[in-house]
Write a protein that binds this ligand. Structure first.
Ligand code: TA6
Length: 301
């Protein structure tokens, strides 16, 4: 099955530096390689698995215990959470973080432009999505790999009624040591602490991590940076279409509870997520679109 899918995709869209291959667990993967970077994107979930700028280590974290199987979320990279972030507000029995991260997406286009090599994937409503969320939609994710990694998630309301959405580009970053990094750009802002029943708190200075952290920062339109002294690297996260940012590290105890995450891996990852979460709910009118964009780059000291 996978080999048939790959053959069709390669015939239609392969070009120098962009091919479709069988990835881990035999999942179809887009492999991109150009003068600036290499990247891999699973078609399940339009999930970016890796982004490695030339001469650097991977900017994205992927758990060595990640499960690659049809219908299972992948622990690491950039899961696309949509049309809701976290638990579904009206029915907590629905899948956490929506349903598009575990569904197969189609590939619409691939090519290269000024910013790098791109691939456009799409998912439209079908029986499986309507069983979970009764709205017509078209969702596109355009991933561009160059000096930067750019993701543009376009949510089009193809129905006749306005819909409300929350979402996330739930990015797992690879870091040297969680207890020595600092995250800048959210100083002075209010956040909701998920670990204390969404208590509202104030962020003084840059974020440092020394325990389980699960926060939704509010009114965050600006750029964030992760300063990583151990790897001698700065990761820069610019965005648009988002006014909230989630910062997550499971730390020791939670790490041990996750079967697809190794017990020591909390030390080498942090999620800084470009979101529409909490009060940052998006309403998309009939025929309208919402664009959620993140541009990630890394500077080596
Ligand atoms: O974004 C943070 C978060 O919502 C956490 O609460 C944590 O559960 C994490 O996402 C991972 O969720 P997942 O469903 O992928 O295990």
């Amino acid at each position: 099955m996978t080999s048939q899918i790959l053959e069709e995709l390669n015939e239609r869209l392969a070009m120098p530096g962009l091919t479709f291959v069988a990835g881990p667990g035999d999942l179809p993967v887009v492999q991109i390689e150009n003068e600036h970077a290499t990247a891999a994107i699973a078609l399940q979930g339009a999930h970016v698995l890796s982004f490695q700028p030339s001469g650097q280590g991977d900017v994205l974290f992927m758990s060595r215990q990640a499960i690659f199987a049809p219908g299972t979320p992948i622990r690491g990279g950039i899961p696309v959470c949509w049309p809701w972030f976290g638990k579904n507000a009206s029915d907590p029995s629905l899948p956490q973080h929506g349903f598009v991260r575990t569904m197969p997406w189609e590939v619409r286009a691939a090519g290269s432009g000024e910013e790098g090599t791109y691939v456009e994937m799409a998912l439209t409503d079908n029986d499986a999505t309507r069983a979970l969320w009764p709205h017509p939609f078209e969702l596109r994710l355009i991933v561009t790999v160059g000096r930067t990694l750019r993701l543009e998630l376009v949510a089009i309301n193809t129905g006749g009624q306005a819909v409300t959405l929350t979402s996330a580009l739930h990015t797992y970053f690879a870091i040297g040591d969680a207890s020595t990094i600092s995250i800048h750009g959210l100083e002075g802002l209010t956040y909701l602490d998920k670990l204390e029943d969404y208590a509202q708190k104030h962020q003084d200075g840059p974020i440092t991590i020394s325990d389980e952290t699960d926060r939704i920062y509010l009114d965050t339109a600006g750029t964030c940076t992760i300063e990583d002294p151990k790897l001698g690297r700065r990761i820069i996260i610019a965005k648009s279409g988002s006014r909230s940012t989630v910062v997550w590290n499971p730390w020791k105890t939670r790490a041990r509870e996750m079967r697809d995450f190794a017990p020591d891996e909390y030390q080498t990852m942090v999620c800084v997520e470009t979101t529409n979460a909490a009060t940052d709910v998006v309403t998309v009118g009939p025929g309208d679109a919402h664009r959620l964009i993140v541009v990630i780059s890394a500077e080596q000291a």
